[in-house]
Design a protein around this ligand. Structure first.
Ligand SMILES: Cc1cc2nc3c(=O)[nH]c(=O)nc-3n(C[C@H](O)[C@H](O)[C@H](O)COP(=O)(O)O)c2cc1C
Length: 174
C-alpha cells in the first residue's frame, strides 16, 4: 500500500525524520516523500493514506514552506482519507508554543474535511507550558523534540510507526 508523506523543513530535522518514517514503515508500506517546497500539496489527493510533517518556528508560527502553501490546504479534498501528523519543536526554548504548528495544521484540515486521523500520541515525558497540538491531553500526532530529547526520538518513532501500521490495518480491513 502506498503512503504519501509531505513535509516542510527549515533546518532538515523534519526532513530526516521523514526518511526515518519511510524506512520504518517498510516493508508493509511504500512511502513516497514530498518536500512541499518543491511538490504541490495537491498531490496529497493521489493517496488514500497521507502523513504530514511540520515544525514550529518563531513563537508558535508555521514552518515557512507550510506558511507559503497554507491557502492550498482548504482547497484539498481529504474526505475519507487516512491522515497522520508528526511535528518537531523545542519544548525548553519555546515552552509556551511547543508544536503549535502541528495543532494548527490539524485544525485547518478538520475545518474543511471529514478525514480519519490516526497516530494520536500520549503526552508522556514531555515538559512544556502549553501547546496548541493537544486534544484531551493527547498530541494530534507524533511529538518529537530533536533539540532536547534527541535520544528518545528513535524509540518514539518505532512505537509510532508500529501504532500506524496497526491503525491502518484496522481501518482498511473494515
Ligand atoms: C528561531 C527558532 C524559533 C523556534 N520556535 C519554536 C516554537 O515556537 N515552538 C516550538 O515548538 N519549536 C520552535 N523551534 C524549534 C524547531 O521547531 C526545531 O528546532 C525543529 O526541529 C526544526 O525543524 P526543521 O529543521 O525541520 O524545520 C524554534 C527554533 C528556532 C531556531
Amino acid at each position: 500500500m502506498k503512503i504519501g508523506l509531505f513535509y516542510g523543513s527549515s533546518t532538515c530535522y523534519t526532513e530526516i525524520t521523514a526518511e526515518k518514517i519511510r524506512d520504518k514503515l517498510k516493508p508493509e508500506f511504500e512511502v513516497q516523500l514530498h518536500n512541499i517546497k518543491e511538490d504541490s500539496l495537491k498531490k496529497s489527493e493521489e493517496y488514500d493514506i497521507v502523513i504530514y510533517g511540520i515544525s514550529t518556528w518563531h513563537f508558535g508560527e508555521l514552518q515557512e514552506d507550510w506558511e507559503d502553501k497554507w491557502d492550498t490546504i482548504k482547497t484539498l479534498n481529504l474526505n475519507d482519507k487516512t491522515i497522520a501528523l508528526y511535528g518537531l519543536g523545542d519544548q525548553e526554548g519555546y515552552s509556551e508554543w511547543f508544536l503549535d504548528a502541528m495543532g494548527r495544521l490539524y485544525d485547518e484540515i478538520v475545518a474543511h474535511n471529514k478525514s480519519n486521523f490516526i497516530g494520536f500520541w500520549k503526552n508522556e515525558n514531555y515538559f512544556f507550558e502549553s501547546s496548541v497540538a493537544l486534544r484531551e491531553n493527547k498530541f494530534v500526532g507524533l511529538a518529537l523534540d530533536e533539540d532536547n530529547q534527541y535520544e528518545l526520538s528513535d524509540n518514539r518513532l518505532n512505537l509510532w510507526c508500529k501504532q500506524l501500521k496497526a491503525e491502518i490495518n484496522r481501518l482498511h480491513e473494515q
